[in-house]
Every structure is written in structure tokens, then in C-alpha cells.
Design a protein around this ligand. Structure first.
Ligand code: OGA
Ligand code: NI
Length: 332
């Protein structure tokens, strides 16, 4: 299937943004500016455990978003992850196309560009690469970039760190909910191994960034999302109905609480509404790791967290069902 890539469009050096990317007025960055003087929470993992639990649970409840530092992932590994991703997107167009996905036939993994479902929907200024990273039984290495050749080794090493950080974050969030050892969020996310998905987001320079969005406002359907961006800022998170710009902090992990943790915690932790803006001169990139439950896991409010004075706010269903509804914009 022939798809117009945003990166190829960007390289034409257009002066005006094509109409299909122009957002409705209320969504445009120029008419929904971020507030000034507000910054997102940053939590250092080098503090005493009880301080970290407190800071993480307050941030998850009030923002659904926070940065973590002192997480122990070598800066050099994050650097290599970025390099192999950048190298893939620098390949000739034809070579990238050999990795193309095709969501219209259910092939979600690979190189992609979002297409509109109907004439009302506007396009996002982004190309991406998406693939399953863990567990091995669900990984298709043939869908991963074959070039650069070190892509696989670097990504597998990063995967190990993501598994460790997922455990750390889920444990902190569980302690913040007062859940007992062994009965925490991780056990509620299923008996089988949690799944990790890698999405490399690539936002090329945009002729009129004030009229466009890289990713429109959304919440992630994951349990949590662990993202590292390049140095070009652009992510915004919604707090109390206002957009807050997230500054770049080298080597910090950007943690998003996703829909599944909001449901399990019965709304105590918020799934953060977020969007990304694009840049006139610079290419923005980000590496998002979505931690999702095994697809047949039933997800609903944890029984211990509901009671007569705290009724369940969400229905219980499999993650697969949740995903199907979200993709098709059906009510949950
Ligand atoms: C996403 C996302 C934001 C960013 O991929 O779900 O929200 O900063 N990305 O690129
Ligand atoms: Ni997102």
C-alpha cells in the first residue's frame, strides 16, 4: 500500500502546512498555549524508599506523570538507543519501506504513518516504528529494523533495563496504594509476563508548527509508559485542564500512568492526558516503551481498593477488549 510519509513531505521544504494536517482552532498550539511557571514532578530514586513512595504516589495521583532520575540506566545505553533509532530513520526511503506495517490488514508492527479514518479527522505530523520487545514468545525479530545491524543488540539491552524499571515503578505505585507484598499491581497485571512494546516517534521539521500536532491529545492505554525524548522539547501534559510543557532533562525517564493503572487503582492514579508539538527547524524524536498486560488478563478495580464509600468507577474487562474499544472509539 502506498503511504505518504511525513518525513518525505517535510524534506520537500514546503512553506505552508498541507490542509490535512491543520488542526481545528481549539486544538492548535497557538490557541491552547501551555501555562508558564508550572513544572512537572521530578523524582530521584536515590532518596530513601519511603520518600520515593510518597513522591511517586502523589505525582501519580495528581498528575499521572513524572520524571525519574538516578534510575541506574547507563547514559551511554540511552545514547546508543537513540543513535540506532536515528540511523534507521536516516536510511533511504526505499529501505525503510521494506519494513512498512499495514494496520489495514492487522499488521501493526513495523514502520508506519497514521492515516485518517474519515474526512473529518486530521493527520498527525509523525512517522513511527513500532514493535513488540518482550516477552520473546511474542517477538517477531523479522519486523524489527535490520539496519543498523546493532539495532537488535542495543534494543535487547535496553529491554532488560525496562523490565527492571517496570518492576521498580509498579512496586512504588503498589506501596502508595497500601497493597500487600505479593498482591500488588504487578500480580493484577496477569500471571504471564508483562508485554513491552517499543514505539520510536519521529517528528520531522514542520513548516507551520503552530497549526499542527505531532500526536493529538490522548491517554495511553498501557499500564505505564516509559519514554525518553531527544533534546527537542515538545511533550505537554494536561494538569487541571491546562497544558504544561515538559522540559528536556537529560537521561531522565518520562513516566506516564496509562489507562490500566487508572482502572486498577479505581481512579486514585490518573491516566495522564498528553500531546506533542512539533518544531519548525528541528526533528523531534522520542522512544516510548508501553508496558501492557497480557491480552487476556481481566483488568478492573482491585477489590481491596473498593468498598461502600468507594464504589467501582470502571468496568472489568480483558485488556484485549479494552484495546479493541479504544481503537474503535467505542465507550468503555
Ligand atoms: C505516544 C506519545 C509523546 C512524545 O507515543 O504515545 O504520547 O513525547 N508520545 O513523543
Ligand atoms: Ni502517549
Amino acid at each position: 500500500m502506498e503511504v505518504e510519509r511525513v518525513q518525505a513531505l517535510s524534506s520537500l521544504g514546503l512553506m505552508e502546512l498541507p490542509e490535512k494536517f491543520i488542526r481545528p482552532v481549539n486544538e492548535r498550539p497557538e490557541s491552547s498555549k501551555a501555562v508558564e511557571g508550572v513544572t512537572v514532578p521530578v523524582v530521584s530514586l536515590s532518596q530513601p524508599q519511603e520518600v520515593v513512595v510518597k513522591e511517586v504516589s502523589v505525582a501519580a495521583a495528581e498528575w499521572g506523570f513524572f520524571l525519574i532520575t538516578d534510575h541506574g540506566i547507563p547514559a551511554a545505553l540511552i545514547q546508543r538507543l537513540k543513535e540506532v533509532g536515528e540511523m534507521f530513520f536516516m536510511l533511504p526511503q526505499q529501505e525503510k519501506e521494506s519494513n512498512a506495517n499495514d494496520p489495514t490488514v492487522g499488521k501493526f508492527e513495523g514502520y508506519g504513518t497514521k492515516m485518517t479514518k474519515n474526512h473529518e479527522e486530521k493527520l498527525e505530523w509523525i512517522d513511527y516504528f513500532f514493535h513488540v520487545m518482550h516477552p520473546l514468545s511474542k517477538v517477531h525479530h523479522e519486523f524489527w529494523p535490520q539496519n543498523p545491524p546493532s539495532y537488535r543488540e542495543v534494543t535487547e539491552e535496553y529491554n532488560k533495563e525496562m523490565l527492571r524499571i517496570t518492576d521498580v515503578v509498579l512496586q512504588l505505585l503498589s506501596e502508595g496504594l497500601g497493597l500487600e507484598e505479593g498482591k500488588g499491581l504487578k500480580s493484577s497485571l496477569g500471571e504471564e509476563e508483562i508485554e513491552l512494546e517499543m514505539k520510536i516517534n519521529m517528528y520531522p521539521p514542520c513548516p507551520q508548527p503552530e497549526l499542527a500536532l505531532g500526536v493529538e491529545a490522548h491517554t495511553d492505554m498501557s499500564a505505564i509508559t516509559i519514554l525518553v525524548p531527544n533534546e527537542v522539547a515538545g511533550l505537554q501534559v494536561s494538569k487541571d485542564n491546562q497544558w504544561v510543557a515538559v522540559d528536556y532533562l537529560p537521561n531522565a525517564l518520562f513516566i506516564h500512568i496509562g489507562d490500566q493503572i487508572e482502572v486498577l487503582s479505581n481512579g486514585k492514579y490518573k491516566s495522564v492526558l498528553h500531546r506533542s508539538l512539533v518544531n519548525k527547524e528541528k526533528t523531534r524524536m522520542s522512544w516510548a516503551v508501553f508496558c501492557v498486560p497480557p491480552h487476556e488478563t481481566m483488568i478492573g478495580p482491585i477489590p481491596k481498593l473498593v468498598g461502600d464509600h468507594n464504589l467501582p468507577k470502571f468496568s472489568t474487562k480483558t485488556y484485549a477488549e479494552y484495546r479493541h474499544r479504544k481503537f474503535n472509539k467505542l465507550p468503555q
